[in-house]
Ligand binder design. Structure first.
Ligand code: NDP
Length: 233
């Protein structure tokens, strides 16, 4: 049994990941901002853009469950707009949440992982960060940044038994993609070799593997869960 923290675990992919770890018998804490999820989790309020909230969320998890052994940094947002008309604020908030937010929660997790000489860090990126995506320069920059962050960190902490990997989902049916028109959805699905959007549960299976003892010799990897959209990239 491991102590697992999933950021943005109150809905979508994060909730599916939290459920998967809980089903395996792990002790799971999830962050939420407004609405805690139903389920066998410890809900902790945390906005990843706020360092004090990150600190107090960890303090709560450590008090209630123990030190975090598996971190799934999943919280993320989109503010899509073509770059020529993208506001500075839309760029900044996406970077602050999707990249700096991951730095905040991961750095805090390392404190105990380094001491315990074990740990699993799974960062949720996106195919957009690997292939680019029009309208998503902010999002893609942040998600690509996670790859460099993970691979650098994997080199820093590998000797302490800590693995750091990146999960790169493609199109997944969640609130994040719910606003797409039927036509856009069909066109996007048509580009996927498997011909459809993925489910949060399909992403969760791979997140679980990367966070589990079975992935002991996997680090610095970028693992696509995209129906073949990126063909391994
Ligand atoms: P959702 O929009 O369904 O959920 C996003 C989650 O992130 C929510 O739990 C939300 O919490 C949380 N969150 C957002 N901002 C913050 C913040 N500042 N602090 C703490 N939590 C925050 O998205 P998905 O489940 O689809 O996405 C999960 C991850 O997967 C994201 O990183 C996303 O970029 C990535 N991804 C998604 C894809 C898709 O097609 N759906 C494809 C590729 C990657 P709250 O409820 O409080 O808003």
């Amino acid at each position: 049994m491991a102590v697992v923290l999933v950021t943005g675990g109150n809905r979508g992919i994060g909730l599916a990941i939290a459920r998967r770890f809980a089903a395996a018998g792990d002790a799971v804490a999830v962050t939420y901002r407004d609405t805690p999820p139903e389920g066998p989790f410890l809900p902790v309020r945390c906005d990843v853009t706020d360092l004090d909230q990150v600190e107090s969320a960890y303090a709560t998890v450590e008090k209630e469950l123990g030190p975090v052994e598996v971190l799934v940094a999943n919280a993320g947002i989109v503010r899509d707009r073509l770059m020529a008309v993208m506001s500075q604020e839309d760029f900044d908030v996406v970077l602050d949440t999707n990249l700096t937010g991951v730095f905040r929660v991961t750095r805090r997790a390392l404190r105990n992982m380094l001491r315990q000489r074990r740990g699993r860090v799974v960062l949720v990126s996106s195919t957009a960060g690997l292939s680019g995506s029009p309208g998503q320069t902010n999002y893609a920059a942040a998600k690509a940044g996670l790859v460099g962050l993970a691979r650098s960190l994997a080199r820093e902490v590998g000797g302490r038994g800590i693995t750091v990997n990146v999960l790169a989902p493609g199109w997944v049916s969640t609130d994040m993609t719910a606003g797409m028109s039927e036509a856009d959805r069909a066109a996007s699905a048509a580009e996927v070799p498997l011909g459809r959007f993925g489910t949060p549960e399909e992403v969760a299976e791979v997140a679980y593997f990367l966070g589990s003892p079975a992935a002991a010799y996997v680090t610095g990897a970028v693992v696509p869960v995209d129906g073949g959209l990126g063909m391994g990239h």
